[in-house]
Ligand binder design. Structure first.
Ligand SMILES: Cc1cc2nc3c(=O)[nH]c(=O)nc-3n(C[C@H](O)[C@H](O)[C@H](O)COP(=O)(O)O)c2cc1C
Length: 393
């Protein structure tokens, strides 16, 4: 059991989602507006379904936060489903109407979704319960957990941001300067330039008009980490492995790279590894960051850069061939209101999940029941090993 952990419950069209986060130190400020802001960023984008326009992600804190700060108890939060009344007759866990349940039945699994394997595994011929829990709606609850973790690491001077790098084969500028990261982080589609944003929108409109869907790629960056977060001593302490697991867990993500990732496989070592130098004050420095801030399963003090690749959305308005499981006859996949492209939203979930992994590693390494303890232990470690941003100051 890790020091920091979270669980979620709830269905996509159920009463709502529940997040319970345990292990945060007491005394961490949790402005509810910040949680709401991250949920709002997750809802934005272009090519998102009608639901994102309807949803308001009404958030309620049930415990573990008092007077704006964590108390040390598990933090329990819920996000209400604003369409609950519409779904209640078919989704109420305590009493639902068999006629409404029948109307919302799903017998034709969507290729690319959890429908078929999930239905077979849990014995649901009507795959509605699979859709409901496998849906990426759960990532709103993950975003809540990840944002709590993010508040913790931000209190240690660590910053997380992201940018979209491609949608449906159209590539856009990757941020290289602080200002560009800032712009991309705040842009609905995660772009540095408005013209790039328009190009992505155009590609999404094209897919929409063809009844198709799109995937793409994004990059997440973490600044302000000292060297030595994570460890090489056991496989499950390696930070890159833990990051990959968290990124791959995001629905639709099919590949993860740290730094230059797969491109390094084709180059000789002399063109890959980042030489170690000293600056004029005798401090260690790197001139390149192809490793993406991680060597030997640990941060090396450089910016952590993680790329992720998302497959196209599986729910299509022109559905793919499937079968009706109850009749075992050829048919077409189930259609449901859906996004056409969720890459800009997935990168917000990725910011939250990366924050989670970093916070987990930091809590394991430094621990502490109250925030000041964590901060003191972290800053005493930073004063021993150094941190790029502090060195510059
Ligand atoms: C934020 C977000 C929103 C998504 N929205 C949809 C959607 O509206 N419709 C859909 O079919 N898939 C959507 N997906 C993708 C599916 O959840 C995903 O492709 C599916 O769970 C199978 O992916 P897997 O094979 O990686 O588990 C979304 C993913 C994310 C991260």
């Amino acid at each position: 059991m890790g020091i920091l952990r979270f669980l979620t419950s709830g269905e996509s069209h159920g009463r709502g989602l529940i997040t319970v986060v345990e292990g945060l130190p007491a005394g961490l400020s949790v402005p509810i507006e910040r949680l709401e802001k991250e949920l709002e960023r997750r809802r934005r984008g272009y090519g998102r379904g009608a639901r994102m326009k309807i949803e308001k992600d009404h958030l309620t804190i049930w415990g573990g936060i008092w007077n704006g700060k964590t108390t040390g108890a598990p933090c329990g939060l819920t996000i209400e489903n604003s369409e609950w009344e519409e779904w209640r007759s078919s989704m109420d866990p305590q009493s639902c109407d068999p006629k409404a349940v029948k109307e919302k039945s799903v017998y034709c699994p969507r290729p690319g979704h959890a429908d078929l394997p999930g239905g077979l595994k849990y014995g649901h011929e009507n795959m509605r319960p699979v859709l409901e829990r496998a849906s990426a709606r759960a990532t709103a609850a993950w975003t809540v957990a990840g944002t709590l973790a993010r508040l913790l690491i931000e209190s240690l001077g660590i910053e997380v941001r992201s940018a979209v790098t491609s949608v449906g084969g159209v590539t856009v500028k990757v941020p290289s300067e602080e200002e560009e990261w800032h712009v991309a982080s705040n842009s609905p589609l995660g772009c540095v330039f408005q013209t790039d944003e328009e190009r992505l929108k155009e590609r999404i409109r094209e897919a929409m008009s063809e009844g198709d869907s799109l995937g793409g790629a994004f990059v997440v960056s973490v600044k302000g980490l000292p060297p030595g977060v994570g460890s090489y001593v056991e496989w499950d302490r390696r930070l890159d492995g833990r990051i990959a697991q968290a990124m791959m867990a995001i629905p639709g993500i099919k590949g993860v790279e740290v730094g230059e990732g797969g491109r390094l496989a084709d180059l000789p070592g002399s063109q890959v590894h980042d030489g170690i130098f000293m600056d004029e004050k005798g401090r260690i420095k790197r001139e390149t960051n192809r490793a993406g801030g991680i060597e030997g399963g640990m941060t090396n003090g450089e910016e952590v850069l993680v790329r992720a690749f998302m497959k196209p959305i599986p729910t299509l308005t022109r559905p793919l061939p499937s079968i009706r499981l109850d009749l075992m006859e050829a048919s077409f996949a189930h259609r449901e209101r859906s996004d056409v492209c969720a890459v800009p939203a997935a990168r917000i979930v990725a910011e939250a999940m990366l924050s989670w992994v970093i916070a987990e590693a930091i809590m394991e390494q430094f621990g502490g029941d109250i925030l000041e303890e964590v901060q003191e232990r972290f800053s005493s470690y930073v004063s021993r090993v150094g941190r790029r941003d502090d060195e510059k100051a």
